[in-house]
Design a protein around this ligand. Structure first.
Ligand SMILES: Cc1ncc(COP(=O)(O)O)c(C=O)c1O
Length: 396
């Protein structure tokens, strides 16, 4: 019996290319196969005890009811202070709202500023959901091809040319970048701001990996730079740094009119983000947990160095050292050429032949690459390197 069908907007949203590989990896695991998965973008550390305890205390003390829809005032205040101390961005509490995760914050921001058919620039490689999020907000995603030879950071001239060509209303950036690990210099971020200012455009800056940095790299938010504050919408929080992945809580911060409008949308569409998670986020803002976070960064850094050393020894593979986040974007173009296939086929073969799950670069608009997450144990990383080596050796 044929009934009504889903609408055109939902039909425009494609299923993620990563899903097929992840689903297959799950099936193999369920069948008892020894799959090593470096596909997930989720730290292997638990949520730190004091943060989880704040959530538990909220439940035990009965703070489990509806809150103000943009977050409790204490969280907005703590968030504003955290933005100032951690990143040097001067937001008032009214310019900070709580959302149900960074993804929800991006969704709210895009729905607040994008007009129908607005062109929004997205720098490849990008996090998989960006084009769909722009499309859902009735905008047109315009993807600038990746620039691996420039350390994955686009030049101001290339961005300026794209703004001109597409009359774009905004640009969506993500540094430290998932999947490349790129972190632009202050001068490069200032150049992005200057271009956006020249076109009177929005900058939507996804800074969810802002505290995961290596080799002395610093994270500079466009909101801290001259010309940036009035046009930058910042998404940040503790999802990746503190493993608040399942808690669904993050911040959206921007000039007051944006936050007021986004707050109205959120109040109608979603209501408040989880009350218990808000308490956990207050604790995360207030407690620096210095030694715990240093311990994590040391672990991530050790794994990163291991991958860079070992992967670059494998013929046909190349890895530029990531400066931030916890992903290794491995150049497999030489393998693709040798096998006359693409990165999706390489990822499929790695899973089928070596039981190694990775994400093909095509998912991030960087064909010819594969992404390995090093938010995984050293044992898993060693096994992954052995399997990559065996795969490449089997081809020679
Ligand atoms: C760049 C980037 N932005 C946003 C998100 C989503 O974060 P959240 O789980 O807080 O929605 C992710 C998750 O992988 C990400 O990599």
């Amino acid at each position: 019996m044929a009934g009504p069908v889903p609408n055109a907007r939902s039909r425009r949203i494609e299923e993620s290319v990563t899903l097929a590989i992840m689903a297959k990896a799950q099936r193999y695991k369920a069948a008892g196969k020894n799959v090593v998965s470096l596909a997930a973008g989720e730290p292997d550390f638990p949520t730190p005890g004091p943060i989880a305890d704040a959530g538990i205390a909220a439940i035990q003390q009965g703070r489990t009811r509806y809150t103000a829809t943009s977050g409790v005032p204490e969280l907005r205040q703590a968030g504003a202070l955290w933005f100032r101390t951690a990143y040097g961005i001067d937001f008032a509490p009214e310019e900070v709202m709580a959302c149900a995760g960074a993804k929800a914050a991006l969704h709210m921001a895009l729905h607040t500023v994008v007009e129908k058919h607005d062109n929004i620039l997205i720098l490849a490689p990008y996090w998989v959901s960006y084009p769909a999020l722009v499309t859902l907000a009735d905008g047109n995603p315009i993807v600038l091809p990746a620039v691996p030879d420039e350390g994955f950071v686009h030049s101001a001239a290339a961005i300026d040319a794209a703004f001109r060509q597409h009359q774009a209303r905004g640009i969506l950036i993500n540094f430290p970048n998932n999947p490349s690990g790129a972190v632009p210099s202050r001068a490069q971020v200032q150049a992005f701001v200057d271009v956006a200012k020249a076109h009177d455009a929005w900058i939507l800056s996804d800074e969810i990996y802002g505290s995961l940095l290596y080799d002395g790299a610093t994270h500079v938010s466009p909101a801290t730079l001259p010309g940036g504050r009035e046009r930058t919408i910042v998404v940040n929080g503790f999802t990746k740094s503190h493993t608040l992945t399942g808690w669904r809580i993050s911040f959206l911060a921007a000039p007051r009119p944006v936050i007021e409008a986004a707050g109205r949308l959120q109040s109608q569409a979603l209501g408040n983000p989880c009350t218990i998670s808000q308490e956990a986020a207050i604790a995360a803002c207030k407690q620096p947990l210095t030694s715990e976070l240093e311990r994590r960064m040391q672990a991530f850094d050790g794994r990163r160095r291991y991958l860079v050393d070992e992967i670059n020894k494998i013929a046909g593979l190349q890895l530029q050292a990531p400066k931030g986040a916890f992903y290794a974007l491995v150049d497999v173009r030489a393998l693709c050429k040798r096998l006359s296939c693409d990165d999706v086929a390489i990822a499929e073969r790695l899973l089928e032949e070596q039981l190694l799950a990775v994400v093909p670069g095509t998912a991030f608009a960087i064909p010819g690459f594969i992404r390995l997450s090093y938010a995984a144990s050293m044992d898993d990383l060693r096994a992954a390197v052995t399997r990559l080596r065996a795969f490449a050796a089997g081809l020679s």
